[in-house]
Structures are given as C-alpha cells and as structure tokens.
Write a protein that binds this ligand. Structure first.
Ligand SMILES: *Cc1c(COP(=O)(O)O)cnc(C)c1O
Length: 358
C-alpha cells in the first residue's frame, strides 16, 4: 500500500541510544537536556534565534492567538489544515476569511485590506505546502493598520525566503513536528518570535506561567516538549540532508513526467528555497480528481485531498463564500511523497494519472 506519506524512522538503535540518555538521567520531560539540545541544533540549522520547542503544532497557534488575537477578528486563509481555523475559534476569536491566490495558494494579500474592521487584531496566514505568503505586502498592511502577524508555518521546516528562515517572519511563527511532517518528533512542534518581550510571554505561557517554582508571570498552559519526543527529534535530525535529497528526487520525477497540459502544479514564490514538503496537483474539475483517486485507490495508492474542504465551509467557522479556495479545494490532490518511494511506484502513479488526463 502506498500512502500520501510515510513517517521517516531512523534505525531503532539510534532512537534507543537517545532514549537511554533520558533513562540514565531519569529525566523525561520539563525541558531536560534532550529538548535543550534539540532546540540548540534546530537554532543552528534554521539560523533562527528564539525557538521554543512544544508538544505539538496546534498549542503554539493557540498561545499566539491568546497573546496577540485578544478575542478579536482574525484575518485568515480558508486553504489550510483545519487546525488553523479551529485554533481561532478555540481561542474565542472570530475567523474572517480572505480568499487565496489561485497559483501560490496562500492568502491573497490584495484582498486583505477590504476585510479589516475595527475589531481586527491579527492576521493568521499559512505558508501552505511550505510556500511563503506575500510577506512584504502582509507586513506593510499589518503596520499600516496596527495588526499582529502570525504565520502557521507547520509546513515550512527548512524553507528560506530571501535567504532567511521562513520562521523568522511575522510576530510569531509556529511549526509542527507531527509524524507526517517533514521533520518530526512523533508529536511535537515549535514556536518562534523575534521580539524579546513577546518571546518571554510565549515562554512562560508554554509552562503554566511559571516564574520559578513558586511564582507566576501570568496565566499559562502546558505546551512543553517531552524528552521522549526530543529523543525522536535528535535521532531524525541527522537525516535531514538525506530526507531532502530523496524528496527532491521524487518531486523532480513528478515534474518531469506528469502531463501538465491538463494539470496545475504549485507555483513557488520567487526568492524561496523550498523544502519538497508536499506534491499538490490541481485537476480541471472535481470529476477528474475523483476518477484519478478511484483508479489510484484500486491500485492500492492513496493520495490525500489536502486541503478539503475549504475551511470557510466548516459549519462552526461561519465563513463567507470563497470562490477560489472552494474551487481549488475541490480539485487538489497531494501525491505520495516520502523517503523510500520507489521509481516503479512513481511510474505507476504517473501512468495512471496521465492515462486519465489524455
Ligand atoms: C499539521 C498542521 C497543524 C497542526 O500541527 P500538529 O502538530 O498536528 O498539532 C497546524 N497547521 C497546519 C497547516 C498543519 O498542517
């Protein structure tokens, strides 16, 4: 069976070697030496300061919205994983959707200003599939209207824009290290901020608000990454180079062999070093997509409809109609992309799709 992704697992001895360290120290959570070491390695790899490792990629969104959203209206993208919208509603903020760019698939910056009201507090945009949002334009709008910018950068591990980590943009950026993501710790994530005061607030927020054992800076939650998660991260981390090389190979194969006369691929923004995190293709209509999906499924190949449905159509989000996002969401399929996907598998996938597109 071929799924859209397959979790990269290092040789188990390398994982147990890291786990052994936690056993030796009898220390398995609360920012132990493994979590600190992982943060240090990631800081260096990503060339960012101010990283906080977390237990998943969703609580960082909630912390960001708690600190910056302040129960206001949050301008957001309808084309993302459900966590982006759910976090807004969970934090008692109101999602206000702005449609996406038809080729970059990120929020359409030219439509943001029309959605701003006196209740707007922040913009929460997703670097979807690791493709950067229109960062300069969003920054300028935020500055002009005194809004905060939060990036859901769950897909953006290792991406650089303008030569800098994508995590270094916005007031807060968040990432996911879930097992299905490019770099993973089983469950896990991180959040980033440049501003020292904001970083301080994020830091105490992720650890119950503690200021030492007996005092509190403010209210907090528990978002700490455990040593067991960090052990996984430390054993996956040395393979990042190999993972990217393998994923680029798969991506190149699709790029060279799919019939793009009847298929739209993701347009990566200029000045971006991308991370091959997903391989989305957009069909002419949903009927073709369903036919392709059925034929692939019959051959034990299971792509995923990332991202469907368009988040403005979810009942609790109470969103307006978003024609481009709804159209793209109904026509987009992410093809299998992972380390260990064989060329013979790629040949079948491409041949099944191209046969239908003929
Ligand atoms: C995976 C994902 C999340 C949630 O991350 P978890 O680590 O699974 O909590 C949030 N946003 C986007 C866009 C994602 O793809």
């Amino acid at each position: 069976m071929i799924n859209v992704t397959k979790t990269f697992l290092p040789p188990i001895e390398e994982y147990t070697k890291q786990i052994q360290r936690a056993w030796d120290q009898k220390w398995i959570t609360n920012r132990g030496p493994l979590a600190i070491e992982l943060e240090t390695k990631l800081k260096e790899y990503l060339n960012t300061s101010n990283i906080i490792s977390t237990t998943n990629g969703t609580i960082p969104l909630q912390i960001a919205l708690k600190l910056l959203g302040k129960k206001g209206e949050i301008i957001t993208t309808p084309f993302s994983y459900v966590a982006t919208t759910a976090a807004i509603v969970w934090e008692n903020c109101t999602p206000v959707f702005v449609d996406i760019h038809p080729e970059y698939l990120t929020i359409d910056e030219t439509k943001i200003e029309a959605a701003i009201t006196n209740k707007t507090t922040a913009i929460l945009a997703t670097h979807v599939f690791g493709n950067p949002c229109a960062i300069e334009a969003i920054e300028a709008i935020a500055k002009k209207h005194n809004l905060k910018v939060i990036y859901d950068a769950a897909h953006a591990f290792g991406v650089t824009y303008n030569g800098q980590s994508l995590f270094s943009y916005g007031d807060i950026s968040t990432c996911s290290f879930h097992a299905t993501k490019l770099f993973h710790t089983g469950e896990g994530g991180a959040m980033f901020a440049n501003d020292a005061n904001l970083y301080h607030e994020m830091f105490y927020s992720h650890n119950f608000g503690h200021n030492g054992p007996l005092a509190f800076y403010g209210v907090g939650i528990n978002a700490k990454m455990s040593e067991l998660q960090a052990a996984m991260g430390l054993s996956v981390f040395p393979y990042m180079g190999a993972i990217l090389t393998e994923r680029k190979k798969v991506t190149d194969y699709y790029n060279q062999n799919l019939n793009f006369l009847k298929l739209q691929s993701l347009k990566i923004r200029a000045k971006t070093r991308w991370n091959y995190s997903y391989y989305p293709v957009i069909f002419e209509d949903e009927k073709v997509l369903l036919q392709v999906q059925q034929n692939l499924n019959e051959n034990q190949i299971f792509p995923r409809r990332y991202f469907y449905p368009s988040l403005n159509t979810i009942e609790y989000a109470k969103g307006d109609v978003m024609p481009i996002s709804e159209s793209v969401a109904s026509r987009v399929l992410c093809l299998p992309l992972y380390v260990g996907l064989e060329e013979s598998n790629l040949e079948s996938i491409v041949s099944i799709i191209n046969t239908i597109l003929k």
